[in-house]
Design a protein around this ligand. Structure first.
Ligand code: SF4
Length: 396
């Protein structure tokens, strides 16, 4: 298919596809799905080989959030019966992190619910980062604490954080439909603050909230423009007790197309399959590894994932290998751009030699995607009842 050949060539050159090409990926038919995966796989292997990076979530503070993000089980007024607890102590967090590292994770993601941290919270997380780094040589730590105030990113960096996560989640045009207590611009500002402080920017999206294909393309282009080094792609888990509980909009095929579109737009970036992997990709998870180069090991913040051992078996069975701590995740050209950005203080690594494609001339008229009838798989949604904040061993 001309479209896929064009996208592979552009991906290998780190060239930005046109919006029309990105939209055309989302509109491909089920008959073309394996070709789409194979094409995205060529781009993935060029920049990441057959490596899969494992990340491990530690929910430092769960629930009780004053913000109203409609997709979130921890939001203001959520009736979801999730674990609720306040800040874990540094040694408790470090213990949870150690389980993930022992399971093969090279990055630990420290997440806390809330609008954003106080300076005291930043101190507390700083101590947690130090404890984790002392006990786990070579581990990367990413903090995810909400909106940052001036100076907080620098303090996290000084404490040893490698990265900061703050997702854009959806397009600027629809952001106000999912959250009213903060804005898309607030989120962009925090990603920029993190980047300017020399932290690797991790920022992604949530698919399945009722957005259009155009919204998905908009947010992925915005993430590329922001210079995000890792792009977590979440598939909405419609939690009972949240406003989006009835939004079962995804099929495994749709998820694969979305991942492929992200790979083509962000060819040399860590594309991570995040929350909702098991619920929406189901038995198609191994195919998604041909597109994405990163997953979360074990459980998510408030829901349970498949057993860590099952994750590892899946990676091995599909012919991939877990990325070790000694191996850089990003291709050398991106690491160099990061270093330059740190040195000059501009905090910008976007573009990476990209050329903004605008011609739709080589995009064939695609048949409409096969009609999809998503199933409401509430049977696959399990609220997390183990690991951080409980007396039970974590899943890793
Ligand atoms: S700010 Fe974070 S924890 Fe709070 S509702 Fe939004 S996504 Fe959930």
């Amino acid at each position: 298919m001309d479209l896929l050949n064009t996208l592979v060539e552009k991906g290998l050159r780190r060239e930005l596809p046109s919006r029309e090409e990105a939209l055309a990926v989302l509109a491909t038919s089920d008959d073309d799905l394996l070709d789409v995966v194979a094409a995205a796989g060529k781009v993935r292997r060029q920049w990441f080989g057959r490596r899969v990076k494992l990340n491990y979530l530690v929910n430092l503070k769960s629930g009780l959030c004053p913000e109203d993000c409609s997709y979130c089980s921890q939001r203001l007024g959520s009736k979801a019966e999730i674990l609720k607890y306040t800040w874990l102590k540094p040694d408790e967090a470090s213990q949870a992190a150690a389980a993930g590292v022992a399971g093969g994770a090279k990055r630990v993601c420290l997440v806390a619910s809330g609008r954003g941290p106080t300076d005291r919270d930043v101190d507390r997380v700083g101590k947690t980062i130090e404890a984790i780094k002392e006990q786990n040589e070579g581990v990367e730590v990413c903090a995810c604490l909400g909106l940052l105030s001036d100076g907080q990113a620098e303090r996290l960096r000084e404490a040893g954080a490698d990265a900061y996560n703050h997702n854009l989640n959806t397009s600027e045009g629809t952001y106000g439909d999912i959250t009213t207590t903060h804005t898309y611009a607030d989120r962009v500002d925090t990603v920029q603050k993190a980047h300017a402080a020399g932290l690797s920017a991790c920022s992604g999206l949530i698919a399945g909230m009722g957005e259009s294909d155009e919204d998905l393309v908009d947010v992925v282009y915005a993430l590329r423009e922001l210079g995000s080094d890792s792009v977590p792609v979440n598939f909405l888990i419609p939690f009972e007790g949240t406003p989006l509980a009835k939004e079962w909009n995804l099929t495994p095929q749709r998820c694969l197309r979305i991942l492929a579109m992200v790979r083509f737009v962000c060819p040399d970036v860590e594309v991570r399959i995040a929350g909702g992997r098991e619920v929406h990709l189901r038995s198609m998870q191994p195919l998604a590894l041909h597109i994405a180069n990163s997953i979360f090991l074990g459980d998510y913040l408030t829901s349970e994932g498949q057993a860590g051992k099952t994750d590892l078996d899946m990676i091995a069975d599909a012919g991939f290998e877990v990325e070790g701590t000694g191996t850089p995740t990003l291709p050398a050209h991106r690491v160099d751009v990061e270093r330059e950005a740190e040195g000059c203080g501009t905090g910008s690594s976007c573009g990476s030699g990209s050329v903004c494609g605008s011609s739709a001339a080589d995009v064939p008229a695609e048949p409409a995607a096969t009609a999809e009838v998503p199933e409401a798989r509430t049977d696959l949604v399990a609220v997390r009842r183990r690991g951080a904040g409980t007396d039970l061993a974590p899943n890793a």
